[in-house]
Design a protein around this ligand. Structure first.
Ligand SMILES: Nc1ncnc2c1ncn2[C@@H]1O[C@H](COP(=O)(O)OP(=O)(O)OP(=O)(O)O)[C@@H](O)[C@H]1O
Ligand SMILES: [Mg+2]
Length: 508
């Protein structure tokens, strides 16, 4: 009796556990499954649609390529018995999978099963006749949409800059591949804020029907504001890469008049990012060639409806200096503040640049931050890059630089905010005297040590002249000298009181 019960249980286990597992993990299961599908399909009549690679004039059929991209993206692509694998010259790491002539590629859409086969240079789509009305058109739209999204993600981004307005030039934009290494994730702003921006961009990408239902142009505008060197331009690069949009960087100094600005906009493409940097500074210029009304129309005028799916980005140091009409919703939809570094931002930079999460000097750094001292992410990053061989030396250099900012008066830059008079009176955030101690001042001091070395000018900065903690660096190129100049310029901008000291990053 016991034996019978045991045998019964054994047969149950075999039937319901072992057999399905064996079948699902071996080719027997696959074979039986496909035979069953074949038999099932025999009871239906089918409709066939051909998608040839070329038309009668031997021009490429874009739908054919979209189908290739789409089929490649399906998870079932890997289940086929045999496929051809290709990689292209442009990107050898990208493997493309192309089905064989004799392969059947199944797909499911809205609960219906469809089949793709490749017949020489022609895809054949097979679906049940009774279902074609319900799914054919929406299925093909789905194929195109997915393929376009994939292509958009994989495409090489381009940076366009507006050239001088010369009659013989064909178009106003010159392009170059955009290879900026920054991403939204590498930006030195709060993680929450990064996630908000990503979510906002993602929802914008999907919002075409929504915008159209409202009768609005499908575009979104961002204002990035904050002092120089806080990472605004790098963030723009990250946003462009996130969207996979080409970037049109408008150099306002090359725009000849309002009409020229309109023309530039007309010559941009959809799915692009239009960037105008330092708008506040441009608007303060006395002899500017574009009027306020020209800028307002560019941002949200009738002309902005020529071309869709565009993101516009404007950067300013001080948004208070910008006409409120420029900042109204529609012209600016999302504001991102780029503040000076606080201790938490400092720790992120130390982690990314030096690979340290903790250090015995951190409490000292924190203490100085609490006095209100701070540097821009660019300044801290630069010190860390220069001293990356020694975290201790890097941190000591940061401490020196922070002390130089706040130590002597104990006044924070936040305190200065409310008293613009102080800003121009040369208090802590102003440019430091060349003879002051501190590593960055060491850099500033460098021009006095310019050395002529053949055709290249070499600037040697000697640590021992100052705090003794500064990393010795040689500056050989004009670009590096320009960086030095940039640091000087950053300081003098702060003296102008043109920066916005609002404290923590926030979304407007
Ligand atoms: N995540 C980062 N980590 C380290 N350095 C960074 C980071 N982001 C930007 N930087 C550096 O900081 C410097 C300033 O960045 P960026 O040019 O983006 O600032 P900005 O706010 O646009 O300045 P400006 O207003 O002067 O144009 C650059 O040299 C850049 O390489
Ligand atoms: Mg910038």
């Amino acid at each position: 009796m016991i034996l019978i019960i045991l045998l019964f249980f054994l047969s149950l286990v075999l039937t319901f556990w072992l057999v399905p597992r064996v079948l699902s993990r071996t080719s027997i299961g696959h074979f039986l499954h496909s035979r069953w599908r074949f038999i099932e399909e025999c009871f239906h009549t089918h409709q066939f649609y051909k998608i040839p690679k070329f038309n009668q004039h031997m021009q490429q059929n874009q739908l054919f390529h979209r189908v290739v991209t789409y089929l490649n993206s399906l998870p079932s692509a890997g289940d086929l018995n045999s496929v051809n694998l290709f990689s292209c010259n442009n990107n050898p790491n990208e493997i493309t999978l192309v089905i064989n002539n004799d392969q059947v590629f199944p797909d499911v859409f809205l609960g219906s099963r469809v089949y793709w086969t490749l017949d020489n240079d022609c895809f054949v789509l097979k679906m049940r006749r009774k279902e074609k009305r319900r799914i054919l058109s929406s299925y093909l739209q789905h194929v195109c949409k997915i393929a376009d999204e994939i292509e958009q993600k994989g495409k090489e981004i381009k940076l366009y800059i507006n050239a001088e307005n010369e009659p013989e030039r064909n178009g106003r934009w010159i392009s170059t591949p955009f290879k900026h290494p920054a991403t939204i994730d590498t930006a030195m702003i709060e993680t929450d804020l990064k996630n908000k921006v990503k979510a906002d961009l993602e929802s914008f990408l999907k919002a075409k029907p929504y915008y159209h239902r409202l009768g609005r142009v499908w575009k979104r505008s961002y204002l990035l504001y904050g002092p120089s060197g806080t990472g605004k331009s790098s963030f723009i690069a990250g946003m462009a890469k996130f969207l996979c949009y080409d970037v049109y960087d408008v150099d306002m100094s090359k725009v000849t008049d309002d009409a020229d600005l309109k023309l530039l906009l007309l010559q941009t493409t959809c799915k692009s990012m239009i960037v105008v940097e330092d708008l506040d500074r441009y608007m303060l210029e006395k002899s500017k060639s574009v009027s306020l009304s020209g800028i307002l129309n560019f941002m949200d005028g009738i002309i902005s409806s020529c071309g869709e799916e565009r993101v516009m980005i404007f950067t300013v140091s001080n948004k208070e200096q910008v006409d409120p009409a420029v900042l109204r919703p529609g012209r600016i939809d999302f504001r991102i503040h780029f503040p000076f570094c606080d201790f938490s931002a400092f720790k992120n930079i130390a982690n990314s640049h030096l690979g340290i999460k903790e250090h015995k000097l951190f409490p000292q750094v924190e203490e100085i931050f609490q006095t209100g001292a701070s540097l821009t992410p660019a300044e801290i990053g630069e010190i860390m890059v220069s001293n990356r061989g020694s975290p201790t030396r890097a941190l000591k250099t940061v401490i020196n630089a922070l002390n130089t900012h706040s130590g002597k008066t104990g006044t924070s830059h936040k305190a200065i905010t409310h008293d613009p008079g102080h800003v121009s009176s040369g208090l802590p955030r102003g440019p430091r005297n060349l003879s002051q101690s501190g590593s960055i001042d060491g850099l500033v001091d460098a021009p006095s040590k310019l050395m002529h070395n053949g055709s290249s000018r070499s600037v040697e900065v000697d640590a021992s002249d100052h705090s003794g903690t500064f990393c010795t660096e040689n500056f050989h190129t004009g670009k590096e000298l320009k960086n030095l100049y940039g640091l000087l310029k950053n300081r003098s901008r702060r003296r102008d009181g043109s920066v916005d000291f609002e404290g923590e990053g926030k979304v407007g």
